[in-house]
Design a protein around this ligand. Structure first.
Ligand code: ME8
Length: 643
């Protein structure tokens, strides 16, 4: 049977600054999908790169006294270094400054001009004086500069225009008849509404700077950065010469996926498809727009100055842990507040306690009870385990195919959790004492199968760990392929080889405040309380300071090592998911909270509880012996304001 193909791309990043964990997230997603598809037997092509033209880069280079290309050469090296440390296994790294790209962009521009879809006119656009940048209406953030947030001026210059308006209806028809083109669903609806408002022709050339690709027939004009940048996706496949890569991965391919952040989804789902339509080229299958990593100050970005350096995290925690954290924590399509505590807690909980421990406990027991030889068993398996393993593999596959990587990982950890539970419930040490070697063999074989299957499913994410697990289990590589992802596939015995822990537990340092400071704080607290008691009526203005929103609980888990605390993921708007730590663990089971509508104190300052940053608080009423969460009377969407 002919192999299926899969083409996946990341945005090409601006080398105006070093990359941060936001960029790392997109690239890790793409790498993981590429590895997953390879494991499923696809021919895969994975592209990333750098978007090197434009006024901003020209300016940064000039400030450093360098030519733009000298400057970008240096930064691109740092991109490649980061990707190598993250084990990003791309097939090609495209730079928009390469000759192959100039040739492709100029040819594409000329083709569209020749057929009459590009014409010369006068551009009236928006200019931000402080950033010295031009913006289209698309790029403005609520009418202001998307970079610095300041007001923009309207300016005029001669420019070439692309007849986007002509293609609005065709694009709408395409989006409506291809439900998978824009993912996730919420972004699709946004884009549909945007197009329905009517598309304007797009200015696609500039005369105010030089650092870019000139129009062949009118060299005073530089091709607009987005026309230049978006074309990279076909340059790299050798569209210009209709080469074999273009043939296989674009023309005859049903899975062309652009992964982007939600900031650039419009460019990819409006400008890019219209360029392709105009040039008579087929459209990509899917543009998936993930949410943003946020930190103090909102979206993590160099201009806000709240970025987190991935290299520091790789050095501290390892690439596999960072890869896992980013993909596990980032909800499909929504935003996520980053904190290092959440990273540590995720590594400890899932990788050290659950997965790593399961391996080391299993190996120790095989060592002790069977002299290191994995007992080979063919029947007598626990039915619920066999069923669960099937459910988990189905769910994993379904979510991976929909790019819902966090949900896919959650599914795998259900199986890992079942393994640890099996140890507790079957108490192998007692079976051994009782001489029940038959059941003991079944239990240990089952544990090996759980580890083997989980390792296969985790291998696109934990790219260094798989090898270590294979070595410690001593099981041959051939049992770690996707076609062996069925419970009971291990049909040979192997000898385990105990090794070091896969993910040593990271100790969380709790900052102890000096005694004096604690005393001062207590005094202050008492004074504030006294003051409040004196004057315990509040005005309507005081009350109006509090913002409450309806939230929906998506995930819940007990905070490790505490009796009372529960960590929740609460959806408080179409695009916003928050981590909230609440003292409700003695009153609710995690599974009973999923899907519950709650009331969240929305504008509460974040606070750290057991090292986890909590963004908000849940309202609850406390009786003598019970506590009940406040909820809404009937169904109301998440994000609705409470007043
Ligand atoms: O936009 N959270 O490049 P760029 C999540 N050159 N992802 C983030 C993020 C955050 N806080 N910050 C950045 C460009 N990203 C253009 C692209 S493509 C033809 C041209 C990721 O360097 C996310 O994927 O500003 C976002 O779309 C991309 O980096 C923007 O990178």
């Amino acid at each position: 049977m002919e192999k299926k193909s899969f083409y996946v791309t990341t945005p090409i990043y601006y080398p105006s600054a070093q990359l941060h964990i936001g960029h790392t997230l997109t690239t890790t997603m793409a790498d993981t999908l590429a590895r997953y598809k390879k494991m499923r037997g696809y021919d895969v092509y994975f592209l990333t790169g750098s978007d090197e033209h434009g006024q901003k880069i020209e300016k940064v280079a000039a400030e450093k006294g360098m030519k733009p290309i000298e400057y970008t050469d240096g930064i691109v090296k740092t991109f490649k270094n980061l990707w190598s440390k993250m084990h990003i296994d791309y097939d090609d790294f495209i730079r928009t400054t390469e000759k192959r790209h100039y040739d492709t962009v100029q040819a594409l521009f000329q083709k569209i001009y020749d057929q009459g879809d590009i014409y010369k006119g006068e551009y009236e656009g928006y200019y931000c004086t402080s950033c010295e940048s031009f913006f289209t209406q698309f790029q403005l953030a609520e009418g202001h500069c998307p970079d610095c947030g300041k007001a923009v001026d309207i300016v005029k210059e001669e420019s070439y225009f692309f007849k986007m308006s002509k293609y609005g209806d065709r694009l709408l028809e395409y989006i409506e008849s291809h439900p998978h083109f824009i993912q996730p669903e919420s972004r699709r609806n946004e884009m549909i509404s945007f197009i329905k408002m009517g598309l304007e022709d797009l200015s696609v050339s500039r005369t105010t700077f030089d650092w870019g690709i000139p129009i062949t027939m009118d060299r005073g004009h530089i091709i607009y950065v987005w026309f230049d940048a978006l074309t990279n996706y076909i340059t790299a496949l050798d569209y210009l010469d209709d080469g074999p890569l273009y043939e296989q991965f674009w023309k005859n391919n049903d899975e062309i996926v652009h992964l982007v952040g939600k900031d650039i989804i419009r460019f990819h789902t409006i400008i890019w498809p219209i360029i392709l339509m105009a040039a008579g080229i087929k459209l990509p299958t899917t543009v998936f727009g993930h949410g943003w990593l946020l930190s103090g100050g909102g979206k993590m970005s160099k201009s806000v100055g709240n970025v987190v350096d991935p290299l520091v995290l790789i050095d501290k925690y390892g690439a596999d842990s960072l890869r896992y954290f980013l993909l596990r924590e980032m909800p499909s399509g929504s935003d996520y507040y980053y904190s290092e505590d959440a990273l540590v807690s995720r590594i400890n909980m899932d990788l050290a306690n659950d997965y790593g421990n399961l391996l080391s406990r299993t190996i120790s027991m095989i060592d002790k009870y069977f002299s290191g030889n994995i007992p080979l068993v063919k029947d007598g398996f626990d039915e619920d385990l066999v069923t669960l393993s099937q459910e988990v593999t189905n769910s994993y596959q379904k979510h991976m195919d929909k790019f819902e990587l966090s949900l896919a990982l959650q599914a795998v950890f259900k199986l890992v959790g079942k393994g640890n539970k099996l140890i507790e419930e079957s108490a192998p040490w007692t079976l051994y004492k009782e001489g029940n070697m038959e059941r003991l063999s079944v239990v240990l074989y089952q544990l090996v199968e759980i580890i083997r299957m989980s390792t296969i499913m985790l291998s696109p994410v934990l790219v260094e760990t798989g090898e270590k697990v294979m070595t410690q289990l001593g099981v041959d590589k051939e049992y770690f392929t996707y076609d062996k992802l069925a419970f009971g596939s291990l049909d040979q015995s192997f000898k385990v080889a105990k090794g070091t822990p896969l993910f040593p537990r990271i100790e969380i340092e709790v900052e102890e405040k000096p005694k004096k400071a604690q005393k001062e704080e207590k005094k202050k607290d008492i004074k504030t309380k006294e003051k409040q008691n004196e004057d315990n009526l509040i005005s309507i203005d005081d009350f109006a300071k509090c913002k409450f929103k309806v939230g929906k609980v998506l995930e819940a888990e007990k905070v490790e090592g505490t009796e009372k605390l529960m960590k929740l993921s609460v959806k408080v708007g179409t695009d916003e998911i928050r981590t909230v730590v609440a003292g409700i663990a003695q009153y609710y089971l995690p599974q009973d909270l999923i899907g519950k509508k709650v009331i969240v104190v929305y504008n509460l300052k974040p606070a750290k509880l057991r090292g986890i940053e909590s963004h908000g608080m849940l309202l609850a009423a406390k009786g003598e012996n019970d506590l009940k969460l406040l909820t809404v009377d009937g169904d109301l969407e998440e994000g609705a304001e409470v007043s």
